[in-house]
Design a protein around this ligand. Structure first.
Ligand code: A3P
Length: 310
């Protein structure tokens, strides 16, 4: 660890380390490296992957609701009392805990870039990978607010211009953001039956279509009767920003018992497409758009730029 390049991140108390082309916090890195060496996939495992602030909480909630819909209905789902991050704890990417898989819930979330997933997963025909990405402008703004909310109160927060500068240099948690997205995009092109690529904006625009696609891809398709009976809509409503963000557990609950900054509330800010327009100048938006456009050019992937929708 100590031999890896280190730079200041968005705050002075958490430097970023560069590992296999990505910047991240040392404690995330340790868990990724441990997972690379130790993780043993089980048939049916589903990796839920994302860059930070790109829809992780939403993807966790929806996937949990999909795979547990025969165990719970929407009035007694654990999502109502535990929150998405406790219903689907991270195994890879935050802390490495090989035994957190709950019976019947084969969901494994991580922020690790695609090429940093355990080789056992990359080579497996029995594991599915779902990735959600988001317009980097919104992901940046979301990250900026998240970091501000989570910092120890005595620390002054970085100015948005300074954080933006670092983000454009690729220096953010799991940055460069465009390389994170591209790694999963290319994998989804090469192994479409194993790697699904989703966009937050598309999900927002047509949740019903994408929830059905997601359920089908991970091996829990909705039956005709379920579709007719409105099950898809019920799960979408259960996992909506409005519903989840208004639950007591997500207003006052904590992510980790001993961590006062990590309240569940910090995972729910606005849940909108295009909030960057309230925080970035047109020049900043253009600059980031140009970087992203250039990096994605020729890959077949693009974001609808500058109008806040995908
Ligand atoms: P904003 O900061 O733009 O509001 P992550 O879950 O990857 O940490 O991303 C957090 C972002 O997703 C935040 O975006 C948050 O508000 C939004 N979010 C959380 N839960 C959501 C949900 N159920 N539906 C839509 N967006 C959600």
């Amino acid at each position: 660890m100590s031999t890896l390049p280190t730079e200041n991140g968005w705050n002075s108390f958490q430097p970023l380390r560069l590992y296999e082309g990505f910047w991240t916090f040392p404690h995330f890195l340790e868990s990724i490296i441990l997972a690379q060496h130790r993780f043993k996939p089980k048939p049916g495992d589903i990796f839920l992957c994302s860059a930070p602030k790109s829809g992780t909480t939403w993807l966790k909630a929806l996937s949990f609701a999909i795979v547990t819909r025969n165990l719970y209905d929407t009035s007694n789902s654990p999502l109502l009392t535990k929150g998405p991050h406790h219903c689907v704890p991270n195994m890879v990417g935050f802390e490495y805990k090989p035994d957190v898989r709950q019976p019947g819930i084969p969901l494994i979330p991580t922020h690790a870039p695609y090429h940093c997933l355990p080789k056992s997963v990359l080579g497996s025909d029995d594991v599915k990978v779902v990735y959600i990405c988001r317009d980097p402008k919104d992901a940046f703004v979301s990250m900026f607010h998240f970091a501000a909310n989570r910092r120890p109160k005595e620390n002054e927060h970085i100015a948005i211009e300074e954080a933006f500068e670092l983000f454009c240099l690729g220096r953010s948690v799991f940055g460069p953001a465009w390389d994170h997205i591209l790694g999963y995009w290319k994998a989804s092109q090469e192994r479409p039956e194993k790697v699904m690529f989703l966009k937050y904006e598309e999900f927002m625009n047509d949740s019903e279509l994408y929830v059905k696609k997601l359920a089908e891809f991970i091996g829990y398709p909705f039956s005709f009767e379920e579709e007719q009976g409105g099950v898809v809509k019920k799960l979408i409503d259960l996992c909506s920003f409005e519903n989840l963000s208004n639950l007591d557990v997500n207003k006052t609950g904590k992510r980790h018992e001993d961590d006062d900054e990590a309240t569940n509330k910090t995972f729910f800010i606005k849940g909108k497409v295009g909030d960057w327009q309230n925080h970035l100048t047109p020049e900043m938006a253009n600059r980031l758009d140009n970087i992203v456009e250039q990096k994605l050019s020729g890959t077949g992937l693009s974001f609808e730029l500058n109008n806040g929708s995908s």
